[in-house]
Design a binder for this molecule. Sequence first.
Ligand code: FE2
Ligand code: FE2
Length: 244
Amino acid sequence: MTTLEKAEAAEHALSEELDRIVLKSVIYTSGERDPRQPLIRPDNGKLVMMGPDPRLPKMPDRPTLTDFFRLRFGPTQHMMQSARLAQKHGAGEKVVMACLVHDIAIAGFIRGDHGYWAAQLVEPYVDEEVSWAIRYHQALRFFADESVGYAYPAMYVKLFGADYKVDPYIERDYRYARDHKWYMTSRMICVNDLYSFDATLRVELEEFTDVIGRNFRQPKEGLGFDASPSAHMWRTMNWPSKYL
Ligand SMILES: [Fe+2]
Ligand SMILES: [Fe+2]
C-alpha cells in the first residue's frame, strides 16, 4: 500500500469504529476527489454525526479562545512567537493581540485567504482596528515597506517561485490599506510575523492571558454559542464533522 492508501485505510478503520456516519464537507476533499461526484452515505443503520466528534479532544460547553488554542488549533507557536516579538519591539496591545490570532484561520479553519477568514472570526470580539489589521495583513505581506524594514519575504520566493504575481484583488486591497489610517497596525503584523520561527523556543499561551483578557471580549455563552455574525464559524471548528 502507498502512504496515502495506508492513511485512508487507517481513517476508514477509525470511522468504522464510530457509531455515527461522517461525511466530509466538500471543501475538505475538493480536488482530491471530484466535487461534482455525489457523496454516498453508507446505509448501514448508523445515524449521522450531528455534534461533537468523539475522535477530537472534548471541548467545554462554553469554549473560550484559549480552549480553541489548546484543543482545536494546529501548531500555534508561530502566532505566539510573533506576539512575543511584537511585545519585545514595544508594540501596543492591539498589535500584540492581532499578532496572537493573525493566522488562526490557517491553524483551525481554512488556509486560502486566511487573513480575511481570521478577521471575520474575531471581528465581533476585538477592537475594529485589530480585525482590520488582520484582514489586511493578507495583502500587505506581499509588499515591501522599507520605512519599517519589511522586505518581501525570502520564504515566499521559495514557496511561490521568483516570478509569482499576486492576484488583482490582493493588489487592490494592498492599495486600499496603504492609504488607510490603520495601515501601520496591519503592517506591524507583517513586521512581527516570524516567517521562520524558532523550533526550539516554546512560548506558552499563559504569557498572553492578560492581553486576551483586555482585548478579546469572550462571549459568556462560549465561542460558537453566542449570536455573533461569526458564531457559526467557531461552531464549525468545534464540530467540524457535523452532518448539517
Ligand atoms: Fe498570515
Ligand atoms: Fe503569520
